[in-house]
Design a protein around this ligand. Structure first.
Ligand SMILES: [Zn+2]
Length: 153
């Protein structure tokens, strides 16, 4: 069982949990790692115990491999939390970007509508100007035609 546990804790998470390997007893003192010396199923298993044992012990006791398991879980949780925070941040950034784009889009839409209205007025103006020109041209042509008719007689 101990050997299968060792194979799980390979890699960077292992070395990192090794760095802050300070287990405190109920006295708030660093608990040393000891090895079980009593004959029995737990012989040779490592554990953390109170440094003041046996004179002034607080009764603190933790199996070292269980502490490692908890440490790894805590480390993984920390990693997940970091990931979640990063995701939240990027989500907020995306939302912010979305808001900006929406604002830009609305503004452009407004400008487009304005320019459409402007175009419509210009078009109307051009149309009436062209109509006037055509009217003038028809008038001139009819006058020329009339004058030509008079000259021919
Ligand atoms: Zn203690």
């Amino acid at each position: 069982m101990a050997s299968s546990h060792q194979s799980i804790g390979s890699g960077s998470s292992r070395s990192r949990s090794e760095q802050n390997r300070v287990v405190l007893c109920y006295h708030n003192e660093p608990a040393p790692v000891k090895t079980m010396r009593y004959n029995g199923p737990t012989l040779g298993r490592r554990f953390y115990g109170c440094p003041n044992w046996p004179n002034n012990t607080c009764g603190f006791f933790r199996w070292a491999d269980e502490v490692d398991d908890i440490r790894q879980l805590q480390f993984k949780i920390q990693e997940y939390i970091t990931e979640i925070v990063e995701l939240q941040m990027s989500h907020e950034m995306v939302e912010e970007e979305h808001k900006k784009l929406k604002k830009k889009y609305d503004k452009q839409q407004e400008e487009l509508e304005e320019s459409w209205m402007e175009n419509a007025t210009i078009r109307d103006g051009l149309y009436s100007a062209n109509a006037n020109k055509r009217l003038m041209l028809a008038l001139v042509v009819s006058w020329v035609f009339f004058a030509a008719l008079l000259l021919m007689n």
